[in-house]
Design a binder for this molecule. Structure first.
Ligand code: ZN
Length: 432
C-alpha cells in the first residue's frame, strides 16, 4: 500500500495572497466535504453534479476539457483568463432533447462519460446560482456539412437530394452533432478492464507524470476527468429515430487518423471508410432510418502521430509487407493498438441504441466490444474494394488476416509477405 504524508510547500503563487500550496488533499484533511455524487442514480438531481474545482468540495479528480485543460492553465498563467471565471450558459442548451435512457441510471453500462453532462445548466441551476463551478461535458448542436466524397455521390446520383437530409445538389447535408468529453467512473472503468480500482489508480497516477496525486490520496473520490480527447457523434436524420427499435440504424465507429481523414494520405483506409460510412449513414436516414458516425479522438490507434510516423518509417525502410505490418508497430510502441474498445460502447448505450442493423466497420475489436455490451449487430459491411487506396492494401490485408471481418479474400500469413506497399527508394533518392 502506497502511503504519502501530507505535504505543503511554501511558494510564491502567481495570483494568490496565500503562500501555501497544497499538493494534494486527503479525505481526513480539515474542511474536506465533497459535493455528493452517486454514479448510476436514476436522475441528475439524485446523481449530483460532477465538480472538478473547489479544493474542499470537488468530487472529481482532474480538470475539464480533456487535454485542453492545459491551455486553460496557460490562459490563466498568462493572465488572459481570471481564475474565478464562470461561464454564462445562456442559450447553450442542446438543440435536441435526448430522452433519458435506462443506461443513464446503470452504473455498469456507462462508465466513461457523464450521462447528464448535457443538461448541467438546467439540472443544476440551483447549485450554479449558488456559485458551484459545474461544467457541461456534453454539448449538442446542429450543422450543415459538405464532404467531397458525399458531394460527389450526390452529383453522380448515388444519393438523392431530398431537401431535408441532403438539402441541395451541391451535396450539403444536415447533421446533428454531439460532442462528449470523457468522464471516468473509476470502479466501472477498472471492471471493464478486469483489473482492480487501486491498480488502475496507481497506473494512472504514475504514468501521467504523477499529475493527479488524488488518484492515490482520495480513494473516496471515484470520478476522474482524464486528459485525453473525447468523441463526436454525427447524426443523420431525426435524432429520435436512434433509440426507436422500429427504425433501422447504420453506424460507423471511426477512430481519428488525421493524415488520412483530413489530408487524404493513401497509406490507410481511414478516410475512404469514413466517407463510405457517412454515405451509408445518410442513405439509411433517407430511407426512414437513422445514420450515425461516431468519431473518437484516438489518433494512430491511440498511440499518437509521432509513434505513427516512426512506424511508417520502419515499415517503408524495412520493405513494407503485410506480414510485418503489426510487428513494426509492436517494435516501436510495445503493443499493436491502444484503442481498447472496452469503453467505446458507452456512447451507444447513452444514445439508447438497442440494435445495429448495418455496422460500417470491419474491426473485430469494435464488433466484439459492442456485442459483448449487449447490443446485437445484424449485418457488417466491409469497405468496397474500389475504395481502398493504392498503398493501403498492406494495412487492410494484415488486419483481415488478424481477424477483421471481410466478405472477400482472407490471405494466409505466407501470402501476406507478397502484399507489398509502395517503397520510398525512388523519392528518398530524388527529393532533396
Ligand atoms: Zn489511417
Amino acid at each position: 500500500m502506497l502511503t504519502l504524508s501530507p505535504v505543503e510547500v511554501s511558494v510564491k503563487p502567481y495570483n494568490s495572497n496565500s503562500n501555501k500550496l497544497a499538493l494534494t488533499t486527503y479525505p481526513t484533511s480539515g474542511g474536506i466535504n465533497p459535493i455528493p455524487l452517486k454514479w448510476g442514480a436514476s436522475n441528475a438531481q439524485e446523481r449530483g453534479p460532477v465538480v472538478a474545482s473547489g479544493l474542499n468540495t470537488h468530487n472529481a479528480i482532474g480538470a475539464h476539457g480533456g487535454s485542453y485543460s492545459v491551455y486553460t492553465a496557460l490562459a490563466i498563467a498568462g493572465g488572459a483568463l481570471p481564475t474565478d471565471f464562470r461561464p454564462d450558459f445562456t442559450n447553450t442548451q442542446p438543440t435536441f432533447d435526448f430522452k433519458p435512457q435506462p443506461a443513464w441510471a446503470d452504473e455498469k453500462k456507462i462508465v466513461s462519460m457523464d450521462p447528464f453532462g448535457h443538461i448541467v445548466s438546467t439540472a443544476y441551476k440551483t447549485q450554479l446560482a449558488a456559485g458551484v463551478d459545474i461544467r457541461p461535458t456534453i454539448a449538442v448542436t446542429r450543422a450543415t456539412m459538405r464532404m467531397a466524397e458525399v458531394a460527389e455521390a450526390v452529383r453522380a446520383g448515388k444519393l438523392p437530394v431530398d431537401g431535408d437530409i441532403v438539402i441541395d445538389a451541391a451535396g450539403d447535408v444536415r447533421v446533428s452533432k454531439v460532442a462528449v468529453e470523457p468522464v471516468w467512473y473509476l470502479p466501472g472503468v477498472a471492471e471493464r478492464f478486469n483489473i482492480d480500482e487501486a491498480h488502475l489508480r496507481r497506473a494512472l497516477f504514475e504514468h501521467t507524470g504523477r499529475s493527479y496525486p488524488e488518484l492515490i490520496t482520495r480513494p473516496d473520490i471515484k470520478v476522474f476527468l482524464p486528459p485525453i480527447g473525447g468523441l463526436t457523434v454525427y447524426i443523420f436524420g431525426p435524432p429520435e429515430r436512434i433509440s426507436d427499435p422500429a427504425c433501422t440504424l447504420a453506424l460507423r465507429v471511426h477512430d481519428e487518423c488525421n493524415g488520412s481523414d483530413v489530408f487524404q494520405s493513401d497509406i490507410c483506409t481511414c478516410r475512404p471508410y469514413l466517407a463510405f460510412g457517412l454515405q451509408e449513414a445518410i442513405r439509411e436516414a433517407q430511407s426512414g432510418g437513422s445514420g450515425l458516425c461516431i468519431y473518437f479522438r484516438k489518433e494512430g490507434r491511440a498511440l499518437g502521430e509521432v509513434v505513427k510516423y516512426l512506424v511508417y518509417n520502419a515499415r517503408k525502410r524495412g520493405g513494407d509487407t503485410a506480414d510485418k505490418y503489426f510487428q513494426r508497430t509492436e517494435n516501436v510502441a510495445g503493443v499493436r493498438d491502444m484503442r481498447f474498445q472496452a469503453l467505446m460502447p458507452d456512447i451507444l448505450h447513452w444514445l439508447g441504441i438497442t440494435k445495429i442493423d448495418r455496422m460500417l466497420s470491419m474491426s473485430n475489436m469494435k464488433h466484439d466490444a459492442i456485442v459483448q455490451s449487449g447490443i446485437p449487430i445484424i449485418e457488417r459491411i466491409p469497405i468496397p474494394d474500389d475504395m481502398i487506396p493504392q498503398d493501403s492494401r498492406v494495412e487492410i490485408d494484415a488486419k483481415i488476416n488478424s481477424g477483421y471481418f471481410t466478405t472477400g479474400t482472407v490471405r494466409t500469413t505466407e501470402e501476406l509477405a507478397n502484399v507489398k506497399g509502395r517503397g520510398w527508394a525512388q523519392w528518398e533518392d530524388t527529393v532533396h
